[in-house]
Design a protein around this ligand. Structure first.
Ligand SMILES: [Zn+2]
Length: 222
């Protein structure tokens, strides 16, 4: 365990980043979170992030990234980017190529300002095919570039990189945060907290992982 170290968690108030937050709280003495406001499908997402940060007594930085909305229409005009999960005519955030490039870069610039060495992001290569900036090799490459750009030795951590959704639930459980993550976080595209609406793709992904993990638990106990 590294102690007396400061960390910044890229935080959306969802299952993944909240699990990352608990991971960071176990590992570091001083943890702050950063949420990017880019006109999310639901304002609710920012509210949930605020509430959790408040609840856990964690300093919360909210950075305006509305420029992502200016970039998003470009993605729509490209044939190679599949149009999925659009709700009520709004663009899902996943349309923006290079989003993790931007988020991790801005989080690291913030880390520089507040004297944090560690940056934690919930990106994951296992569950998300098609987003090149979720890949482990990209995050490692970006880590090197960020260190060169600021002449520093930041460490970008990705605790979920090789986990599937069931394993992410297991990690939350191991961190003593299973119920908290299940009840307080927001993954649903329709802005329904906890177990969500049960209908949208984000809910399906989360629910499948949860059911798989709960089944595994039962088998272990049996
Ligand atoms: Zn939903």
């Amino acid at each position: 365990m590294e102690k007396n170290n400061k960390a910044v968690v890229v935080f959306s108030g969802g299952q993944d980043s909240t699990t990352c937050l608990f991971w960071a709280l176990k590992k570091y003495d001083d943890v702050e979170v950063v949420t990017f406001n880019y006109g999310q499908r639901h304002d609710e997402e920012i509210e949930v992030a605020k509430e959790i940060a408040n609840d856990l007594n964690i300093r919360h930085h909210i950075l305006d990234m509305s420029l992502l909305n200016q970039l998003a229409p470009n993605a729509l005009t490209r044939d190679d980017i599949e149009v999925t999960d659009g709700e009520d005519g709004e663009l899902p955030s996943t349309f923006v190529p290079g989003r993790n490039l931007l988020f991790v870069s801005f989080a690291t610039i913030l880390a520089k300002q507040i004297g944090a060495k560690h940056i934690i992001t919930g990106v994951c290569e296992t569950d998300y095919s098609g987003y090149p900036d979720c890949r482990d090799v990209f995050i490692k490459s970006l880590n090197v570039s960020l260190n060169l750009s600021m002449d520093d030795d930041f460490v970008v951590h990705t605790p979920l990189m090789w986990l599937d959704k069931a394993e992410t639930w297991k990690l939350a459980d191991q961190l003593g945060a299973f119920d908290y993550v299940r009840e307080k976080t927001l993954s649903c595209y329709h802005g329904v907290r906890g177990d969500g609406c049960g209908e949208c793709p984000a809910c399906h992904l989360r629910q499948n992982g949860l059911e798989t993990y709960l089944k595994q638990l039962k088998e272990v106990k049996a």
